[in-house]
Design a protein around this ligand. Structure first.
Ligand SMILES: Cc1cc2nc3c(=O)[nH]c(=O)nc-3n(C[C@H](O)[C@H](O)[C@H](O)COP(=O)(O)OP(=O)(O)OC[C@H]3O[C@@H](n4cnc5c(N)ncnc54)[C@H](O)[C@@H]3O)c2cc1C
Length: 412
């Protein structure tokens, strides 16, 4: 029997699985797909935590400030490249404007705009949806004291692609920089930039190469730690369009940490139902077995605790049928909070459907919203499955997922 079965391998489920395994628990993580991590910019948004804690039923009301800070430090512990700071930090988004975030890798943190220097925007040829002149204009507006220049780069491995007019995504480029040949080509290009500035008599310290892709490495050769590729000039990473290399490599990294710690990962498996019975007081039920479909076969998985991290409407944890109001939580058939109106017509306004999810008690156990009773004693709900929050307008997607995943693991 597993100490915990985690259902869902997005950010919340992986953080819960890693922390519980690190605490010495036997953990199985079952996931159908990759979740929304593939859209993740690499920057964790926590939002206005204190303000959100004043909203009735917001997930942050389930945690004290210490728990939220512990989750942040945990991310830094497993990914030492991430910087925890008291104040939000700034990074370039893919348009060259500045975006703030609460936890981001060192390689994305912008220098001080009060200083003076040069940004060299290094643009690999054919990069899809990237408009260097617009991006450079935006960067110059954001950093008035800095000079911005654009340098284009041909990558031999992709010459045939770009000649045929095929666009190349930032994931393709992130993969190229990881090859021996790609890394050498990039390092050579950066050496050339440095040499040109030296020839022109410019000091080296304030020349920063800006790259619209991911270049840092997550593993060294023994696949054990997070490190940064070295170049002759500092390299600043921008966030990129989806699908995001930052999200993809981060997801892979988290999975490796989980399995390296001894966690068991079952990918491509869908939890479909469960077996349980009433607890000794005859109220909440105890889940004993989860039924999972994998490669056409049904399997029964026994666990002491279950963590539901199936990601709500976008992650597949909540299914909406063709008939209006036909909506259900797809594994435990948990009662959902559903607002009266699902949407409002105003463009970019907060949408009520974002609040759909499972209400819980302070231990993240699912509640019946009518009776207020705990429905399952040994089930904890985390991440996007929780009700009463909106990752888009409140900008707290990573914050709620990390905090709830970490806190659930502490309860195993
Ligand atoms: C486009 C986009 C961009 C974002 N960018 C950022 C960002 O830059 N910064 C930030 O902080 N936050 C961002 N977020 C928000 C943040 O990524 C989400 O809050 C967070 O990923 C939610 O994580 P989750 O683990 O709860 O769900 P998900 O990531 O949706 O994962 C759910 C997982 O459950 C699996 N699953 C579902 N049903 C089953 C089942 N029955 N059986 C087995 N597995 C199942 C799915 O396959 C999936 O792996 C973004 C979100 C989106 C949509």
């Amino acid at each position: 029997m597993w100490d915990a079965v985690v259902v869902g391998g997005g950010l919340a489920g992986l953080i819960a699985g890693i922390r519980a395994t690190q605490r010495g628990k036997r953990v199985l993580l079952v996931t159908e797909g990759v979740g929304t991590l593939f859209h993740f910019s690499g920057i964790f948004d926590y939002g206005d935590v204190e303000g959100l804690r004043h909203l009735p039923k917001h997930p942050y009301t389930l945690f004290d400030s210490q728990a939220i800070t512990q989750g942040k430090h945990f991310v830094q512990e497993i990914c030492p490249e991430y910087v925890v700071n008291d104040r939000p930090q700034s990074a370039f988004n893919v348009l060259g404007t500045v975006r703030q975030g609460d936890l981001m890798p060192r390689s994305m943190v912008l220098p001080d705009p009060q200083e003076q220097g040069v940004f060299v925007l290094l643009v690999p040829e054919g990069l899809k949806d990237f408009f260097p002149e617009i991006v450079a204009d935006n960067m110059a507006r954001e950093f008035p004291g800095w000079q911005v220049s654009v340098k284009r780069m041909q990558v031999d491995a992709l010459q045939e692609w770009t000649r045929l007019g095929k666009s190349v995504t930032s994931i393709d480029y992130a993969d190229i920089w990881r090859s021996e040949e790609g890394y050498r080509a990039l390092a050579h290009e950066i050496d050339e930039i440095k040499r040109q500035f030296q020839d022109a008599g410019r000091s080296q310290g304030k020349i920063v190469v800006v790259l619209p892709s991911l270049v840092r490495e997550y593993f060294d050769a023994s696949r054990t730690k997070f490190y940064r590729n070295e170049f002759s000039l500092p390299v600043l990473e921008m966030s990129s369009f989806v699908p995001s290399p930052h999200g993809r490599y981060f997801a892979e990294y988290l999975k490796h940490i989980f399995t390296d710690l001894g966690g068991e990962l079952m990918i491509g498996a869908r939890a479909v139902s469960l077996k349980g019975e009433l607890n000794s007081e005859g109220h909440a039920k105890i889940c004993q077995e989860l039924v999972v479909r994998s490669m056409g076969k049904l399997m029964r998985l026994k666990g002491k605790k279950f963590i539901l991290a199936t990601g709500g409407l976008l992650g597949g944890g909540i299914k909406v049928g063709m008939a209006r109001r036909s909506i259900r939580e797809s594994v435990f058939d948990l009662p959902l909070f559903i607002p009266q109106e699902w949407s409002v017509p105003q463009f970019l306004a907060p949408q009520p459907y974002a609040q759909i999810g499972v209400e819980t008690d302070q231990f993240m156990r699912p509640l019946d919203p009518v009776s207020g009773q705990v429905v399952w004693d040994n089930v904890h709900v985390v991440g996007r499955m929780l009700a009463h929050w909106d990752p888009w307008t409140q900008r707290c997607g990573g914050g709620v997922s990390v905090t709830s995943g970490y806190a659930a693991a502490e309860l195993i």
